[in-house]
Design a protein around this ligand. Structure first.
Ligand code: GLA
Length: 383
């Protein structure tokens, strides 16, 4: 891959590349819609990702080119940038803009991106391109950022430059991922630990519903707002910084303060899902994929009924998995409303699984899903 990309870089920019970087996408194993409620999540990096090849130029210009999109763009070195339209290069441009708030970039740079994460599929292609840009600039210009600062900077770009109110999970996962490890991250303190995730007899299947995700941003922000309403109502009696500070028992004592049944459902999901992550981390550390799988199904059910972020497509995938004998657990992953589901599938059944889920899904949904099998891979790195 590296040589191929270097050749493409040379063909496009007429100069040799000087460095190549990789940042993965991620799946979240469990702990969904929890990060912006300050609780525990358990993502891991996948082996699909984004590559970035760079070389400095003497023209005082930043040049963005991607092998995935036709639009390319150049910007003269400046002290700030603003979002222009909705093209892909706004993600790296936002990173330059954020870095320039506190650091100086004095040399022009030619950048060539390539990614194999399906876009808008819920596998964090945007976090991946943000983090890889920040990671590369950190290395190129010796900016001195820690990994945590890179993840936070990338999240800020997503929140402020791109305009999506996401939590820290995606940027953190693609920055800190490690091969065969799940990250148990406390999104309030950003303390994390790595838990072995060597599925052994199982493979991680990622099932892309291929549903166009149009409503996702507004619905996502609506859920964030609903959680804030729940928090404000609970705070009439107790003092909480975020919903995940509440145990299930304590929540039961105070949940009467939440008057709207819809808001109550949202908060109930958050409290129970947060507990499931603790149980899932225990199951994983004991290599108990049966328990882990049961928690995945319970998580999906809660996201479907209480949080209402699933949908016919994701439900169809999980429904198939639940009655397919060689899957131990499945759930939607990421924001929902389409995107991807994940499943742990017994090794050796990959072809059979694809052959059976495809017609099942097609008949109910009207078009085919896509299935990828991924290892759990490393986070941002120089290659
Ligand atoms: C998206 C967001 C994350 C997180 C998930 C839901 O992926 O970017 O911050 O909130 O949805 O768990």
């Amino acid at each position: 891959m590296k040589t191929e990309l270097s050749d493409k870089f040379f063909a496009h920019y007429q100069q040799q590349a000087t460095a190549t970087y990789f940042t993965p996408g991620r799946v979240n194993l469990i702990g969904e819609h929890i990060d912006y409620n300050g609780g525990l999540v358990m993502p891991c990096a996948v082996t699909l990702g984004t590559w970035l090849v760079v070389a400095p130029n003497q023209d005082q210009v930043i040049r963005f080119k991607s092998l995935n999109f036709s639009e390319e763009q150049s910007f003269p070195l400046a002290s700030s940038y603003t979002k222009t339209g909705s093209e892909w290069f706004n993600y790296p441009l936002g990173v330059f803009n954020e870095i320039l708030k506190t650091k100086k970039i004095t040399t022009g740079l030619d950048l060539l991106f390539y990614g194999n994460i399906p876009v808008a599929s819920g596998l964090s292609s945007s976090a991946s391109i943000e983090v890889i840009t920040a990671y590369a600039l950190n290395e190129q210009f010796d900016l001195g950022y820690s990994r945590q600062e890179i993840a936070l900077l990338a999240q800020k770009v997503e929140n402020e430059f791109i305009g999506v109110n996401c939590g820290i999970m995606d940027q953190f996962a693609v920055t800190f991922g490690e091969k065969n490890k799940a990250i148990v991250l406390n999104c309030d303190t950003l303390k994390y630990r790595l838990v072995d995730c060597k599925p052994g007899d199982y493979v991680l299947a990622i099932i892309n519903t291929n549903k166009p995700r149009k409503l996702s941003e507004s619905k996502y922000n609506e859920r964030v707002a609903e959680c804030q309403t729940a928090l404000a109502q609970l705070n009439q009696e107790i003092t909480l910084n975020n919903l995940c500070e509440l145990t299930a028992d304590k929540f039961a004592l105070h949940s009467h303060l939440i008057t709207d049944p819809v808001i109550l459902k949202r908060a109930t999901h958050v409290i129970t899902e947060n507990d499931r992550v603790t149980l899932a981390a225990k199951a994983l550390s004991e290599d108990n994929f049966e328990d882990f799988g049961r928690l995945m199904y319970a998580s999906h059910q809660s996201l479907k009924d209480l949080y209402e972020v699933s949908g016919e497509e994701l439900d169809t995938v999980v429904e198939f998995c639940a009655q397919y004998p060689h899957v131990v657990g499945a759930r939607m992953t990421g924001a929902g409303f389409g995107g991807c589901a994940i499943a742990f599938l017994a090794k050796g059944y990959e072809d059979d699984f694809v052959a059976k889920i495809t017609p099942y899904y097609e008949e109910k949904v009207g078009y085919a899903p896509e299935v990828y099998f991924s290892d759990i891979g490393n986070g941002a790195s120089t290659i």
